[in-house]
Every structure is written in structure tokens, then in C-alpha cells.
Design a protein around this ligand. Structure first.
Ligand SMILES: [Zn+2]
Length: 321
């Protein structure tokens, strides 16, 4: 029989990381960001209802992405706060193991107020205390208590307006520079030059952010994690295959105008799907767009034409012929 102790002791360490806590913290951050970006995809077919009336959503995929977003952002912040306290010699290893999210937050705020932790570096924890406390409560509700969820719009705004800016403060700290690849992957910029993470922060600065704009950038962000350029361009055989699938999808169309350049991966494998069944005159309209290289995908419901807002990025006319 296999010895269970032997199995659990069969371990290894990632020795080349200066601080192993960073690996887990930043992987958690990646999970949180990807999950948040994925929340549009899980509701896209009914987005018009959700954007307009913010109805309750009980779609398993959406609930899963929501849950992963909350859990992983809270985990990321907790590990980072502990790391800052440990690295600044404010706690020992024993205390590190005993500290929870709130006690770590309170300790940092106390030390910042007393200037025992550099105010200019860590003051953002103090400024965002309320948000961090509320995020922790939401995480605890999900983890320990009940299935209560935030409405779609409020959740969107909380992440874009409050959580993403705190993440920005952390990843800009000198001690965490150079860890981008762990959470952003190798494709920080999309083919179109857009940075979805920063665009979402900008949109959420307005009083009444448009949910379709946010959804558009979330989907760009989600799809960007599906392709990794690595050290060079996409492999030619991969590109060819995606282009061939796209061509096959529109083979009944006499022109190729329904195959477009994808703003995420830059491959000409973005297909516009027409639907002629909706209107009495059988005027075609675009129902969906989908890229067969990176999986970028939008559904027409709830989504205005975005090209007018984003001329500077060369966003194409997805919906109209
Ligand atoms: Zn693509």
C-alpha cells in the first residue's frame, strides 16, 4: 500500500524565486483578473437584459467567474500585505503564519500612520481601507456563509473603479517590478495597442460607466490570455489553421467582408455571423463575431457599435454592413 505520508512529503521548491510567496500571490492575481474578464462571456447571450435592468443572474459559469474573482483578489491582497510586513521586518515567521487579512491590514495602516512604514509607498492601503474591508467580507460570505452575490453593474464598477487601481499601486511598487509575466502573461499589449486593464480603470472613472464598453474591454482582456506570443510571432501553421476555419465559416458568402482582422491577436480570423431571420424584410444583421485564433467573441445583444468611441484604435464596424 502507498504510504500517505510519503506522498505528501514528495515535494519541491521553486528555488529561483527570490520570495516564493510572490509566485502564489501573482498567480492568484492572474486568476482574479482572468475571471473578471470572463464575466461578460458567461452572460453575453442575455447581456441586453442584464445591462438594462441589472437582473439577478444564476448562470453557473457567471457565478463561478464571480466567485473566482472575489476569492483570488482577496487572496492576492492578503499575501501582499503579509509580504510587505515580513520584508520590512514588522513581523516574524510565526506571526506571518497567524496573521489574517484584517489583522494584516490594520497593522499596515497603523504602521503607515506612525510613519514606521513609508507613507508615500504604502499609504494607498490606508486610503482604500473601506474597500479592502468590504472585499474581505464578500470573500468570507462566499467562503463560509451564504450564496449572496453582487448585482452585475455594481460588481463591474467595484472591480474597475476600486480594485484595479489598488492592484496598479501594488504592481508599481519597486519590490514587485518585473513580475508582470506572472499575471499579465507575455502579451501585455494587444494587436490593436489597447490595454484592457487600464481602459477599464478609465471608463470606471466616469459617473455612469457604460456596461457595454466595459464588456467589450473585458472580452478583449479575456481573449488576450488565450494566446501567448512568447518570444516571437504566432506560429505560421497556427495562423493558417485559424484563417482556414474562418474562411470555411463564410464559404457561402460571395465576398470575404465578413472576415476581419482581430483586434486581439491580429490574425484575419475574426468572423462576422449574419442573421437574416429577425427582420421582416430579411435585412441581414450581424448576430455574433468570433475569432478562431484567440476566441475573442461578442454577441450583438446589449452591445452598441463601438467603432465611434474608439476610432483611435482602429476598431472596426462589427455590427453594420
Ligand atoms: Zn483573435
Amino acid at each position: 500500500m502507498i504510504d500517505i505520508n510519503k506522498l505528501f512529503n514528495d515535494k519541491y521548491k521553486k528555488e529561483d524565486m527570490k520570495k516564493p510567496i510572490n509566485l502564489i500571490a501573482f498567480l492568484s492575481l492572474k486568476n482574479a483578473v482572468v475571471s473578471y474578464f470572463s464575466t461578460y462571456k458567461s452572460i453575453k447571450d442575455i447581456a441586453d437584459n442584464i445591462f438594462e435592468s441589472s437582473t439577478a443572474i444564476f448562470i453557473p459559469n457567471y457565478i463561478e467567474q464571480y466567485y473566482e474573482t472575489i476569492i483570488h483578489f482577496q487572496h492576492f491582497f492578503e499575501l501582499i500585505m503579509k509580504d510587505i510586513l515580513k520584508e520590512n521586518n514588522k513581523i516574524d515567521t510565526k506571526e506571518l503564519n497567524e496573521l489574517g487579512f484584517i489583522t494584516a491590514l490594520e497593522k499596515i495602516i497603523d504602521l503607515v500612520k506612525k510613519n514606521e512604514l513609508k507613507k508615500d509607498k504604502y499609504e494607498f492601503f490606508y486610503k482604500n481601507e473601506k474597500v479592502l474591508r468590504k472585499l474581505n467580507t464578500k470573500r468570507n460570505d462566499l467562503w463560509h456563509r451564504e450564496s449572496v452575490f453582487l448585482k452585475y453593474k455594481s460588481f463591474d464598477v467595484i472591480i474597475g473603479k476600486y480594485i484595479f487601481p489598488i492592484v496598479n499601486e501594488i504592481v508599481e511598487l519597486p519590490e514587485y517590478k518585473g513580475l508582470d509575466r506572472l499575471w499579465r502573461g507575455t502579451n501585455r499589449k494587444l494587436h490593436s495597442g489597447i490595454e484592457p486593464f487600464n481602459e477599464i480603470i478609465l471608463i470606471c472613472k466616469s459617473k455612469n460607466p457604460h456596461l457595454d464598453k466595459l464588456a467589450f474591454f473585458k472580452e478583449l482582456g479575456r481573449a488576450s490570455y488565450n494566446y501567448e506570443r512568447g518570444f516571437g510571432e504566432l506560429k505560421p501553421d497556427f495562423v493558417k489553421r485559424a484563417e482556414n476555419i474562418a474562411k470555411n465559416e463564410v464559404k457561402e458568402s460571395p465576398t470575404n467582408e465578413n472576415i476581419m482582422l482581430c483586434p486581439v491577436c491580429g490574425v484575419k480570423s475574426l468572423v462576422r455571423y449574419e442573421d437574416v431571420t429577425r427582420d421582416i424584410d430579411c435585412q441581414p444583421y450581424i448576430r455574433d463575431i468570433k475569432c478562431y485564433s484567440c476566441t475573442f467573441e461578442l454577441h450583438y445583444k446589449g452591445m452598441r457599435n463601438l467603432k465611434d468611441f474608439y476610432k483611435e484604435y482602429g476598431i472596426l464596424d462589427f455590427w453594420l454592413n
